[in-house]
Design a protein around this ligand. Sequence first.
Ligand code: ADP
Ligand code: F6P
Length: 466
Amino acid sequence: MSRLVMVSNRVTLPRNDGQAAGGLAVALEEALQQHQGLWFGWSGTVLDEGEPSLHEQRRGKVRYAVLDLPRDLFEAYYNGYANRSLWPLFHFRTDLVVYDRNFEAGYLAINRLFGERLAPLLNTDDLIWVHDYQLIPLGRYLRGLGCSQRMGFFLHIPFPSPSVLTTLPGHADLVQSLFAYDLIGVQTEADRRALREYVVHEIGGYCCDDEWLYAFGRSVRVEVFPVGIDVEDFAHLAGTITARDYERRLRSSLVGRELIVGVDRLDYSKGLPQRFAAFERLLERHPEHLGGVSFLQIAPSSREDVPEYNDIRNTLETLAGHINGRFADFDWAPIRYLNRALSRVALAGFYRCARIGLVTPLRDGMNLVAKEYIAAQDPDNPGVLVLSRFAGAAEQLDAALIVNPYDADAVAEAIHTGLQMRVHERRERWNTLMAALRDYDTRRWRESFVEILEASQESPLQEAEI
Ligand code: ADP
Ligand code: F6P
């Protein structure tokens, strides 16, 4: 079995208290344990002076190698190109894209640095798995350094439509970098279609059997791998005494009212102002819910050094104040807004307490909260998932109430429908949703990616045919 080398911007280092980090990080670490792997990435430290040094540690069969990054380059790479250019662009927010040549230069410099520091750690038959938009050019730098190992790339966020992508100066160069890999993984069919359309119509490349793309003198396989969760593990967590205790405490504070829950990083892609407006619309259109329903939104701050993230924070605080000011009574506030992260077990208890899971991003690669909400439900009395059609998860979870998050009236009506829904229909929908989650969980996601990468070979599309 080849060694697996995982590369990501953030690396989840083993915790000193022996506790697991949870979620995707655990799944990736399991894969590394199986493959006696190496996890390489940023150490989390930014240096004001001195040479960036590599720190290494081991847990079980996994080796971790993490790199400090120089402040000026990090600012341009992470707070600049990755999160002010690519993130808004790939989430279809061309209005928020800030393009600056210095950002791009920093992004390329950090990718080059990653390549230079990683290459000496590689063995000839390693499998290399690079994660996400921060590291698109890494494969190309590694190839330039003579690395001929099998290399795969997984994009955790959406792939934008060609008309959006072409607004980025240097878009063709960015896409050309993807062709250094042997395998590109995306979350949804829609993402694969967008990449294919770009390559065929913008670059003049070719597509074969849906999954092979040929351009820039190279072929690459593109596959859909929808990220999942560890369903049984999350369901179990929601049933533990600690989770039930959180559930009980929250329920007693509701004094018989129904709960709507939203859990997201504070990010403009999550559609939080639109969600608050839809909740306000529910109270306007259906006054029978006044005093009868509470909306708990948990949204910890994220990427606080990026200005656009502070704007969204201010907007939400104003909106929550406005809605509470308009509708609250002396013994009821419609919105409870928590601007902080909670433990996974607390979230599991809160999901289980909620009649409605409200997941309405304007764009999202997948959205794991939607999946966690389903897994945490009580099978006898499950809640209802209201899910944006623009979350990658909607391709699999079509038994949820699917909504357009821009349409406040439609979202309000879906919440109302969910609140009225009989237990028989709720169970039927929940069973279908659970079957979809079990069918493609985290294990299947990572094993399929590694298997296809391991088997990657020459494309069926030979140059002679073109
Ligand atoms: P993204 O990767 O864009 O943040 P996802 O929904 O795919 O969005 O994943 C978010 C992950 O972070 C989930 O596992 C979720 O449980 C966790 N998370 C989100 N909000 C919170 C919070 N307030 N406290 C703790 N964990 C959170
Ligand atoms: O969903 C994309 C993603 O980059 C995740 O991989 C990550 O957990 C999340 O967004 C938060 O990003 P950051 O590492 O920038 O805080």
